[in-house]
Ligand binder design. Structure first.
Ligand code: DAH
Length: 500
């Protein structure tokens, strides 16, 4: 069963079905796969980079999938602009090069307003996350083929919705904190300000994500350069926290994934990671070995958490696969008439603990997507709403009030625009969506493949339906026509497809 990292409120089978439908479009070009020489690989990078540069969104990583990347790992030119140093939590944080820009980060500069710089949102030049200064140019590098971070994604860095007390994500985070504080008083340390710019090693290698795993592709992950990514899961911090001796911790943060566009997927979302370590004395008095003991404690603890959040619901455990745990499970609850995946978890692979210098311990870990849970707990119908600064949204939530049902202030009409084109080998839906989101921002609600055929000459045509809908106002025909025109032009120029 393919799962998508705890982030969708769609059922896993919905998601799998959509994946199947668009699988071919996610493959990298066959001719790219065949090339072997280094120069040719570099050209590949340039092409990919051009494709990826189209701003915005995208989807799921399948940590629960075994699927491999469709292309061999490319040796990218290295241009690390960062040095890493430890902060007082003992974590590596990015230190940007000294920047000449002195304007402080201001949230006002991150409004989700219409783009004005080559179709993107206005940017703050410098921001602070976890005591680290980050400049735009450290993260967005137009001419660097090893970078695929668009301005629109940079604009989300530092927003830290999970740290806003009266925001649904902040309220949910706090409720989960309460559960652990009540049941394990004084035990769990909380980290919610760790820098989301991490090394490839932290994000993938340290948690045993295989070298050819699909999640490492430029199509799925935002790379700052060949060694540095925007974390695509909070598990990226696990190994380092183990190394620094932490035994009970919760890490909450924004995570970044290139993805398709619909009501439950957004290129930035929020996760919480929980970890608990056991020493031999913990399980020695039991009749279990360390792994069985940790697994039993994990299940007990997380069932308690689900009850704390959802009340007395029916629950079930589903065996699954994650690279970082063994055994691995997903917890599902029966809620509002259907089974909902709440989180992924398992007993941490010994190799992660050993590499972190911990030999005699066992640990459990879990990861959950805050948006997917908040959407059902607060009845929030569209993931874009979390980013809304409209008072009609923000005023409905307050600290300590989990599960207050969101009252839609109105439903504005959607507007559909279809576009058809002949794709090329390098076409991916994520690249298309990034272009659309970069131009239309949060005015785009969904991008769906509605027709797909290959003619006798072997040319493949895709027709996508773009749904435009604002959550805050009615859109005018003129406005949408203009957006659609820009999308068509950008799709043609950046993706090198032939419009029909
Ligand atoms: N990192 C996983 C994801 O993003 C979620 C996860 C699953 C975290 C299992 C864990 C875990 O710590 O044990 O899909």
């Amino acid at each position: 069963m393919v799962r998508d990292g705890s982030r969708s409120v769609k059922t896993p089978s919905d998601r799998t079905e959509k994946r199947e439908k668009t699988k071919t479009s996610r493959c990298l070009p066959i001719y790219l796969r065949k090339k072997k020489k280094v120069e040719e690989r570099f050209i590949t990078m340039l092409i990919q980079r051009a494709l990826s540069r189209a701003r915005v969104p995208s989807t799921s990583r399948y940590f629960s999938s075994l699927s491999s990347i469709q292309m061999q790992t490319i040796n990218l030119p290295k241009s690390p602009p960062f040095s890493f140093s430890s902060n007082n939590h003992g974590c590596n944080f990015l230190k940007s090069k000294p920047s000449s820009v002195s304007s402080p980060y201001s949230t006002a500069a991150f409004s989700l307003g219409k783009s004005n710089r080559k179709g993107v949102v206005p940017l703050a030049a410098l921001l602070q996350i976890g005591g680290v200064q980050i400049a735009t140019d450290d993260v967005v590098k137009e001419n660097d083929p090893t970078n695929n971070v668009p301005d629109s994604i940079f604009a989300k860095l530092g927003m830290q919705l999970h740290r806003r007390e009266n925001h649904p994500l902040g309220i949910l985070k706090k409720t989960i904190y309460d559960y652990f504080d009540i049941n394990f008083p004084g035990k769990f340390e909380k980290f919610d300000d760790l820098c989301p710019i991490v090394t490839v090693k932290q994000n993938f290698d340290d948690v045993l994500v295989p070298p050819d795993h699909v999640s490492r592709s430029y199509n799925d992950t935002y790379y700052v350069n060949s060694d540095t990514v925007l974390r695509c899961h909070t598990s990226a911090h696990q190994a380092e926290l183990f190394r620094n001796g932490h035994t009970h911790f919760l890490v909450t943060g924004d995570v970044y994934r290139r993805d398709s566009i619909d009501g439950t997927h957004y290129p930035v979302f929020h996760q919480m990671e929980g970890v608990r370590v056991f020493s031999p004395e913990d399980w020695s008095g039991s009749d279990m070995d360390g792994t069985a003991y940790a697994a039993a404690d994990l299940k007990r603890s997380l069932e308690g958490l689900a009850k704390h959040l959802f009340g007395a619901v029916e629950m079930r455990w589903v065996d699954t696969y994650f690279p970082f745990t063994n055994p691995s499970y997903e917890l599902e609850i029966f809620f509002q008439g259907k089974w909902l995946e709440v989180l992924g978890c398992g007993v941490t692979e010994q190799a992660i603990l050993h590499a972190s210098g911990r030999t005699d311990i066992v640990a459990w870990a879990f990861g959950l997507g805050l948006e997917r849970l908040a959407m059902v707990l607060f009845d929030i119908p569209d993931i874009r709403l979390f980013w809304s600064s409209d008072e009609r949204f923000t005023s409905q939530f307050s600290e300590g009030k989990l599960g207050v049902k969101f009252k839609p202030f109105s439903k504005f009409p959607p507007c559909y625009k279809d576009m058809s084109f002949w794709i090329n080998d390098g076409f991916t839906e994520n690249n298309l969506c990034e272009i659309v989101r970069g131009i239309a921002g949060d005015l785009v609600e969904e991008v769906t493949l509605i027709d797909n055929f290959t003619n006798k000459k072997g040319m493949t045509s895709h027709c996508y339906r773009i749904t435009y809908r604002s959550m805050e106002r009615s859109l005018t025909d003129d406005e949408i026509n203009e957006l659609q025109e820009q999308v068509r032009e950008a799709v043609q120029n950046k993706l090198n497809v032939v419009l029909r």
